[in-house]
Design a protein around this ligand. Sequence first.
Ligand SMILES: NC(=O)c1ccc[n+]([C@@H]2O[C@H](COP(=O)([O-])OP(=O)(O)OC[C@H]3O[C@@H](n4cnc5c(N)ncnc54)[C@H](O)[C@@H]3O)[C@@H](O)[C@H]2O)c1
Length: 341
Amino acid sequence: MKKIAVIGFGFMGVTHAKNILANKNLELCAIIDNRENIFAGIENTGNHGDLDLPLAELYRVPIFKTLKECVNKTQPDAALICVPLFLHYDLTKKALNLELDVLLEKPFCAEPGQCQELIELAERKKRLLMVAHCIRFAPEWEFLTECIRDKRYGELKLLSTTRICGEPTWGIWQDKKIKNTCGGALMDLLIHDIDFANYCLGRPEDIKLNLNIEEYWELELKYKDQPAKISIKGGFLYRHTAFASEYAATFENGSIRFSTLQPGIIEVSTDTGAVSSRFTGNMYNSELEYFAKCIRERNNPEKCLPESSKQAIEICNEIRNLNKKFSAVQAIPDAKTSASN
Ligand SMILES: NC(=O)c1ccc[n+]([C@@H]2O[C@H](COP(=O)([O-])OP(=O)(O)OC[C@H]3O[C@@H](n4cnc5c(N)ncnc54)[C@H](O)[C@@H]3O)[C@@H](O)[C@H]2O)c1
C-alpha cells in the first residue's frame, strides 16, 4: 500500500483525493493546503459539475499547512501536486528533496529550464516524476493512439482537435494576479492537445499560428517524416461556457470522431459504413493507477515521461513567440490603405 499526500485541495486536488480513496492499492495519508477552511464549496468546484465526493472519508484525512510537517507526521511515499502553475517548480523541488515520488498536475513548469532542473533532481534522488497529462490515459484517446501507431486504417492524414470551455471561475482563477501566472488557455487548456500530438507524432518541424483572438487559438503542426498534419483549435470562451473537447482523425482508409458531448462514444467510418463503439473508464483513475504501478514497481513512467512534458512547454513558448510576430504583423497598417490616407 503506497501512501499519497495531495498538495492543493482545489478542483484537481479533490478529484485525485476521491480517486485515491477508491483505490485499494493507495492510502490518502494527508491533504496539504494553506487555506483555512479547505472544505468550503468543494463539491461544486471545477467544470465537471457535482463531484459526488465521499465527504465523511475526506473529513478523516489529516490536514497540514506545509509539506515538511506532513512528511514528519505521516511519511508519505509520494506527493500529488495540484497547485497553481507558479508553485509547480518550488513544491516539486521540495517534494523530491524530501525523497518523495511526484505526480504533478499539468502544465509542468512555466520555463523549460525549471522542468530540466526537476528532471535532473528526480534522477539524482532516484525518485519518479510524472506530469499528469490525463488525456494520454483517456480510453477514447488511447484508441486514437493505437490507430495512429498500428495503422489499422492506414497512415494518419489529419488530426483535428477542438477544446473549448468558459474561462475558469473557481479557486485560484478568481485571483487576478494568480490567474495571470496560469499560462492562459494555451498552457492550461490546449497543452492537453499539444502534448497528445507530441506523444503520438513527436516534435513538430513546423508550427503555424493561424488565428489568435484573446484566449482563442488555432494552430497547425507539421512533421518532418510524417504526412500527417495536426490542427489544434480552442481556448477559453466567456465564463460558464460548458466544457467540450473533441477530435476528428482521418486516415487513408477511414475516419474516427469523438466528442465529450457524447462521452465514451467513438464513431469509426470506413468504406463499409459507420460504426459507433462504446468506451468505458475514467482517465484520472487510469492515470493514478499507472502512477501507482510505476512507484510500486520502481519503473519510469514511460507512458508519460517528464522530458516529453517539458517539450510541450517548449512548444507553448514557441507559439507565444510566434504570437508576438503574428501580433506585430497584424499591427502593420495595410501599405495601400496607409498611402491613400
Ligand atoms: N488535468 C486536468 O484535467 C486539470 C483540470 C483543471 C486543473 N488542472 C491543473 O491542476 C492545477 C490546479 O488547478 P485547480 O483547478 O485544481 O486549482 P484550484 O484553485 O481549484 O486549487 C488549487 C489549490 O491549491 C491550494 N494552494 C495554493 N497555494 C498552496 C500552497 N502553497 N500549499 C498548498 N496548497 C496551496 C489552494 O488553496 C487551492 O485549494 C493546475 O496546474 C491546473 O492546470 C488540471
